[in-house]
Every structure is written in C-alpha cells, then in structure tokens.
Design a protein around this ligand. Structure first.
Ligand SMILES: Cc1cc2nc3c(=O)[nH]c(=O)nc-3n(C[C@H](O)[C@H](O)[C@H](O)COP(=O)(O)OP(=O)(O)OC[C@H]3O[C@@H](n4cnc5c(N)ncnc54)[C@H](O)[C@@H]3O)c2cc1C
Length: 506
C-alpha cells in the first residue's frame, strides 16, 4: 500500500477494536472525547511523513527503491543516528514537545532482535525471519506500533510462576502448530489509537520456571480477545472537553495509557519473535534499550526546551526577567537543557558498531544521560515553579475573559509588564500545565518510570561503563600495577563481564 496517509490512518481505526473508557465500550475511537485529540495528533504525524518538504528527515529510500518511514530504519551509520534525532525533534517541535509515544522508539527493540539474528537462530530460525519481516512491513506501511513490557505483576516479592493468579504476568497458555495463545495483560501508552503492540518480557528473573512468560510477539490491536482499559482521563469526560486556552497541553496531547488485556489471544507463528525462551528473554533484555534511549533523550531535550521557554515567557510578561536572582534560576534550567543536549550529541558522536554492523549511540554515555534525565526532570519542574510564582495556579479561564460580567476585571488585574491579560494568561496556563496539573504529574511519572525504573537504568550503566579502564588508572595511581609476567601468587580478581541487566522502555 505504501506509506500510510492521514486518511488511511483514520480509516484503519475503524477495525472492530475493543476499547473501554470510564467503564463503557467506545463506539468509535476517532470521535470519543478521551481519544479524538490524540487521534488527530497522530494523523498530523502522518501528514509530516507525507510532506515532500520533510521527506529527507521523515522517510528514507530503501535498497529496493521503496520509500520507507525513517521511524523503522535501523541505524547503519552516525548520519542515520543524527537523522533519527532530527526526525523525532521535527515531530516534537512541529506538534508538541511533551508528547512521548508515537512509534519511533517503540520499534527499537526490533532493531536489537534483527541485530542478534545469529542468537535467535540458535533457538528457532523462524524468530529472526519474523523480526526482519515485521521491520520490512513497518517501514513500507508506517503502521503505528506501541510497546507493552510492563505486566500488572501482582506481588512483586514473588516471581511470575509463584503468583496465585498466573495471569498477572502475560504468558503463553498454549502452543499450536500454527501459533501460540496469549493470556494476561500489559500496560501500554497509546494503544487505543495504534495498530499493533510489540509485547516483550518485563524485568524479571528468567529462570526456567518462568518459561511461559518469556515471550516477544506482535499483537494486532483489533485481534479477537484483546481489550484495552484506558486510565481515567485527565480532564473530566476526556481531553476534547478541555478548553485549549485554559489547558493548552491536556486539550490536545493527553496520551492515553492503557491496560491491554489478552483474553486467550491467538498469535500466528509469523508474529512471534520468541516464545517460552527464558534464556533468550534474559539475553535479549540487556540490549533492548540500545536505541530506545536516544528517543528518550531527544524527548527530554524537547521538554527541557519548553520548560526554559515557559520560564522566559512568564518572567518577561511579569517583569521578573529583569531581576538577577530570577535570571539565575532561568540559567539553571538552561544548564539542564544544555546538559541533556550534551549527552545526546556525545552519545551520537562517539557511536559504536554492533556485531552485525549496525550503529548505536555510545551506550555508557547514553545510559548516564538517561539516569540524569530521569532524576532531574522533577528538579527542573521545581525550578520552573519557583520562577513563575504562585499566580499560575490562581488563574481565571477563557470563560471569565469572555464574560461581560468579568472581562474588565480580568483585563485589569491580570495584565503584566507591558503585556495584556490574554497574552499573559495564555503563557501562565501553559506554565501551570507544566508544573501543577494532572498533565504535569503524569509527565513527571513518565520521566521517572516509562523508560525503565532508575535502578534498572543504573544497572545498565554499570554494565556498559568501561570499568576496567577506570580500575587500571586507579591501580596505577595506587602503585598496584600488575607485573608483566603472571605472578606466582594470585593477583586481584579482574572484573568479570556481567550479563547486561535488563532495561526496558515503557
Ligand atoms: C506515564 C507512564 C506511561 C507508561 N507507558 C508504558 C508503556 O507504554 N509500556 C510499558 O510497558 N510500560 C509503560 N509504563 C510502565 C513503566 O514501565 C513502569 O511504571 C515501570 O517499569 C515500573 O513498574 P511499576 O510501575 O509496576 O512499578 P513497581 O514494579 O510496582 O515498582 C515500584 C517501585 O519499586 C521499585 N522496585 C521494584 N522492583 C525493584 C527492584 N528489584 N529493585 C529496586 N527497586 C525496585 C521501583 O523502582 C519503583 O520505584 C508507563 C509508566 C508511566 C508512568
């Protein structure tokens, strides 16, 4: 069919999917108030893909001459990494810098599987073939793929096979000649308005007893037995009910997080990347974040840019920008913004080759950047809060501005340093949405958890850091250099190569 257009995308959502909002089945996700704004936002991303002026950034020409979506191109060079960054930045700048889930980073685990074809082949030669076939299809059609790693889990102190209810972790309940049957549930952002979900193992102990849970596959979101339970909307009844003046982010960009339930869903073998392979789940998980974190850092950079912009706007409108301590605080925000940019660019500049010849960002730099971003987003928001003061949480909305009864008061008391009330109110409502709204709370939770919890990010950094080099330096400075010839007495134990600890993106 070629790259999907806006209209193809809208038509494709009329596919019998089962989505529930506020306890009720949604008739049409395209017109439901909780989902319609995000459907329109994703349609705008399809417009960008089909805009000739953006073809170099959003698409690429495959070796067979077919135009593919750059979302789904596994990077083969530093230039490819730079283009991926520019592609994601284009969407975040053109549409919304606080948006997270639109498909470019959810696919990256598939790059890893394609990269490790040799490993998959040792278990079942269908696996790598399936991963390659899916990558091909995604490139050609530009389907919207979301990502499901996180299971409900139940009692975290017990392993999946020890739970009273085994369905608390997604598992294979039956293997047939033509496919597998999946039961359980996964959390997933954006699923109600996406096409397919990439289901992968979550953080866990991949012992043989957990074999049924060691599964990676692609699920069609309208498949029989799939139902999606949306979280409570951030605005009563759904984002479409929110006024864009009062809620500039919520009204257009409330990405809907969902629990997808798999009620004995049949998955044909062609869509299975591995099943009942704990060894593969453990091995593969260490590498799942290789390219995903580039997308995360690019998003963090865009968010930091918006925080700086909001700080500058609000302080200019109220005149505080002339006060040196306020400028100092804004500089602190700028420092975080530039630090994120430095992590992103350095990881790209110092990129590494994978065994199969793909190119990935420098893993240790990228992992360090990821921890930095997860840890500091809350700090950045707190700095913005201090800059904007308390008034943003005490504002009238557009209805007060337009009402003949209240307009004069709003115009008089909410004007600022040479800026009229409507201008100032717009900037302060944006700042409120970034610091003191349900939207702000979710964004902070996303920053903390959706890439993977910080403890797992720290393990990933430990695994990818060149520890031997640092230890050699410390050894030399401590006078502990090893003798050239093996000593008769055993020397200090070298650092053992550890399996990379699982990293996941939400
Ligand atoms: C806005 C948002 C969107 C998301 N979107 C997606 C998505 O699209 N797809 C997806 O798969 N997931 C998604 N997630 C889920 C995210 O990946 C999880 O929240 C994350 O993995 C943590 O899991 P949990 O919330 O179940 O926390 P829990 O497992 O309940 O953990 C709670 C706390 O205990 C700590 N903890 C747990 N186990 C350990 C341990 N072994 N060692 C040390 N500390 C531990 C955690 O760090 C955390 O602080 C999203 C999350 C958010 C907030």
């Amino acid at each position: 069919m070629g790259l999907m257009t806006r209209q193809n995308y809208l038509d494709s959502l009329d596919d019998g999917r089962k989505v529930l909002v506020d306890g009720k089945t949604v008739g049409d996700v395209r017109s439901h108030p909780a989902l319609a704004p995000m459907v329109e936002t994703v349609a705008r991303i399809y417009d960008l893909h089909n805009d000739p002026a953006r073809a170099d950034v959003m698409t690429f020409e495959r070796r067979d001459g077919v135009v593919g979506s750059r979302f789904y191109k596994a990077p083969e060079s530093r230039e490819d990494l730079a283009l991926r960054r520019r592609m994601t930045t284009c969407i975040l700048r053109e549409i919304c810098p606080t948006m997270d889930r639109f498909g470019d980073e959810t696919v990256t685990a598939l790059f890893t599987l394609v990269d490790r074809s040799d490993l998959l082949d040792r278990f079942d030669t269908r696996y790598a073939r399936n991963a390659a076939r899916w990558l091909d299809e995604l490139q050609r059609e530009n389907l919207f793929m979301t990502s499901g790693n996180t299971d409900p889990k139940g009692d975290r102190s017990r392993q999946p096979f020890e739970q009273d209810d085994l369905d608390l972790n997604t598992r294979v309940v039956e293997e047939r000649s033509d496919g597998i049957v999946l039961r359980g549930a996964k959390f997933e952002t954006g699923a109600p308005y996406a096409h397919v979900a990439f289901i992968k193992p979550t953080i866990g102990n991949w012992s043989p007893q957990n074999a049924d849970f060691a599964i990676a596959c692609i699920v069609q979101l309208n498949a029989p037995g799939v139902r999606m339970m949306c979280r409570v909307p951030q605005y009563h009844g759904g984002a479409a009910n929110a006024n864009a003046f009062d809620y500039p982010l919520t009204s257009g960009f409330d990405e809907v997080d969902t629990l997808i339930i798999f009620d004995d869903v049949f998955i044909p073998w062609e869509d299975v990347m591995f099943a009942r392979q704990p060894e593969l789940a453990a091995l593969i998980r260490g590498e799942l974040g290789r390219w995903a974190a580039q997308g995360y850092l690019t998003r963090c950079l865009a968010k930091a840019d918006l925080l700086v912009g909001a700080a500058l706007l609000v302080s200019e409108h109220s005149g505080t920008i002339k006060i040196p301590p306020v400028r100092s605080k804004i500089s602190q925000l700028m420092m975080h913004h530039k630090a994120i940019e430095a992590f992103l660019l350095a990881a790209e500049a110092d990129c590494e080759a994978t065994p199969s010849g793909l190119t990935m960002p420098n893993q240790a730099i990228q992992n360090a950047g990821r921890i930095y971003c997860s840890q500091t987003y809350g700090t950045m928001v707190q700095i913005l809060r201090e800059i904007i003061g308390g008034q943003p949480v005490m504002l009238p909305g557009e209805e007060m501005l337009n009402s003949p009864e209240t307009r004069d008061d709003v115009m008089k008391y909410f004007a600022g340093a040479g800026y009229d009330a409507p201008t100032r109110l717009r900037a302060m409502h944006l700042a409120r949405e970034l610091t003191a709204s349900a939207y702000a709370g979710r964004t902070q939770a996303y920053q903390l958890f959706a890439e993977t919890p910080i403890f797992a990010q720290e393990s990933a950094l430990f695994a990818t850091y060149d520890r031997e080099s640092s230890m050699a330096l410390a050894r030399r400075m401590a006078g502990l250099e090893r003798p050239a010839e093996p000593a008769s007495e055993p020397g200090p134990e070298p650092v053992q190569a550890e399996p990379e600890v699982e990293v996941q993106h939400g």
